[in-house]
Design a protein around this ligand. Structure first.
Ligand code: C5P
Length: 224
């Protein structure tokens, strides 16, 4: 009998893109499918954790036994994470959060005005959900283990190492190209305080199981 790696733990995962509205029918988003985050939620649940999955707009079914909260924008994602993070011991930020949102959201559909001039949109920066959580009191006390992800087109190790420091997380996971969005497989680069190691190309399901084992091995013991 092997005890489940995450028995007695609570885990919160963000997944998918965010959608930043400019008017009631349009907005900006990205090509994240949510597959890696959903695979992690499933693997964590199978490892015995109580799992909350905060998902942007995706077309995926909720893994069995996982509590799912759907959101649209980065601001809604931050609120949902803050509402559900209490008692969680692990936060995994796989969502591809939009860095910016339109500064104004028109209550009505923006129409062509006949002048031939397209509308000019101003943007404001979105909150950094991962950095916010990594700076929270529970993370600083070591009670919340935060994991960040990184999709880079080049210099993955250097970028992932810098991002780990910038976000203030103990573990940063880089997607090793080619572009992983929507694919069923991936390869990962794990960067932590001791250095880096690679999880070779495999299905997102298998990688999620391996990553959950890596996270479990880094957690402080549960209070007895
Ligand atoms: O800075 P960058 O977007 O590359 O960082 C990626 C990591 O930070 C991912 O773990 C992503 O989920 C998280 N993130 C976030 N909130 C943002 C931007 C990124 O949680 N606004």
């Amino acid at each position: 009998f092997a005890p489940k790696l995450l028995a007695g733990r609570r885990l919160l995962v963000t997944a998918g893109p965010t959608f930043e509205a400019m008017d009631p029918v349009r907005g900006i988003t990205n090509l994240s499918s949510g597959k890696m985050g959903f695979a992690l939620a499933r693997a964590a649940r199978e490892a015995g954790a109580e799992v909350t999955l905060v998902a942007g707009p995706v077309h995926l079914t909720t893994p069995r036994g996982v509590r799912r909260v759907d959101v649209q924008s980065a601001q809604e994602m931050l609120v949902a994470v803050e509402q559900h993070i209490q008692d969680a011991g692990v936060f995994m930020a796989t969502a591809a959060v939009a860095d910016w949102r339109p500064a104004q959201q028109s209550g009505r559909k923006i129409k062509k005005d006949g002048s031939g001039q397209p509308p000019v949109l101003d943007f404001v920066e979105n909150p950094d959900i991962l950095a916010t959580l990594a700076r929270s009191a529970r993370a600083l006390e070591g009670a919340l283990f935060c994991v960040g992800f990184s999709a880079e087109s080049h210099d993955l190790l250097a970028n992932a190492t810098a991002k780990r420091a910038r976000k203030g997380v103990p573990l940063l996971v880089g997607n090793i190209g080619p572009a992983t969005f929507g694919r069923d497989d991936n390869a990962l680069l794990l960067v932590d305080a001791d250095g880096h190691r690679e999880l070779p190309r495999a299905s997102k399901r298998v990688l999620a199981q391996q990553l959950i084992a890596e996270v479990a091995a880094r957690l402080p013991p549960l209070p007895s």
